[in-house]
Design a protein around this ligand. Structure first.
Ligand code: S3P
Length: 171
């Protein structure tokens, strides 16, 4: 069985959607940022600060090759820049979670752990820069995706149900 890969901007809810899909199916989930943190035994924020972004992107490439070779039937949530790996479509069915920047920013800001949610994301330190990155990436996410799901204003169970239904049609 093919993997499902969730892509989308920081804070759009890839992790929450992944947990909901796990609830609604018998799939097991993994997250590329978690894999990188355990490979390196340190947090993403530390990796960016000590080694820089290029080093982190190289780790994403390594994880992408491993996923393609070794992982199947798994729900994979990804960091917001993971979609740029050259073999993305070889890993599984790519699902883009889409929402306007304002909704994503509000979601992060109003989260009970808003401070730590922002602090752990090196590319979300400056709102103008984050918005620019969003605008650059939005068309690229769309182009990389097999399935686009607009998540704005929807409950998690509805989003997860929609993804499972569309992926099954696509298979
Ligand atoms: C990044 C998103 C982060 C994390 C890293 C870089 C990005 O993941 O991989 O900070 O380039 O958009 P989330 O999308 O889970 O915040």
């Amino acid at each position: 069985m093919k993997n499902i890969i969730l892509i989308g901007f920081m804070g759009v809810g890839k992790g929450s959607v992944a947990r909901e899909i796990v609830k609604q199916s018998d799939m097991i989930a993994l997250d590329t940022d978690d894999v990188i943190e355990s490979m390196e035994n340190r947090k993403i924020k530390k990796i960016f600060a000590k080694e820089g972004e290029a080093y982190f992107r190289a780790l994403e490439h390594k994880v992408a090759l491993w996923l393609q070779k070794e992982v199947s039937g798994t729900l994979i949530s990804t960091g917001g820049g993971f979609f740029k790996v050259p073999n993305l479509s070889e890993i599984g069915t790519v699902v883009y979670l889409s929402a306007p920047f304002e909704i994503i920013y509000k979601r992060i800001r109003t989260h009970p752990n808003a401070k730590s949610k922002l602090r752990k994301r090196p590319l979300f330190q400056d709102i103008d820069k984050a918005k620019k990155l969003y605008e650059e990436r939005a068309p690229l996410y769309k182009a990389a995706a097999d399935i686009v799901i607009d998540v704005s204003g929807k409950e998690l169970d509805e989003i997860a149900g929609e993804i499972l239904q569309k992926v099954r049609q696509d298979d």
